[in-house]
Design a protein around this ligand. Sequence first.
Ligand code: AR6
Length: 167
Amino acid sequence: MSKIEIITGDITEQATDAIVNTANKALAPGGGVAGAIHRKAGPGLWQECKLLRGCETGEAKITTGHNLPARYVIHTVGPVYSGSSNAPELLARCYKNSIKLAYEKGLKSISFPSISTGVFRYPVEEAAKIAMRVIKDALKQYPVKLVRFVLYDQKTYEAYKKAIGEA
Ligand code: AR6
């Protein structure tokens, strides 16, 4: 039986087997979560990322955690919110592909930030609903033992708390 936790905090401090990075397509150090992860992991992470030759929106790739408490980093690229088209589907694929990758690698625990709701401007209530629905569904197929959502601010935390009740 898998467990889903929702906390406020900093994703870079999580000692789960993997943490998820809200990456850009080049997998380069950016702002937000990506900036914080690369700073704490050290330059070795960017060296390893370069070998992966980028990542498409909705896809996920894995590296080791370097100086982070987590052993692995799963890099996924969320959609930039446009208010139309296939943004919900692409966001759903980020969560599903990250869980799938963790499970296939034999990992027992994974921490997620709120993908796409920072620089990429996805409305947090909508993003939280998608995240919860997809995670609950994906865990049936890829039963990673612990999924932890690590939310940076109170408003985001409240949105995910509400969404888990409704999913
Ligand atoms: N721990 C947990 N959550 C955090 C942290 C942290 N240390 N720092 C920020 N957040 P973002 P995106 C929250 O912008 O929207 C980057 O430059 C933040 O408040 O990291 O998918 C990449 O290189 C927000 O709620 O991700 C990409 O180009 C959430 O994490 C682009 O930004 C996601 O914010 C990705 O944008």
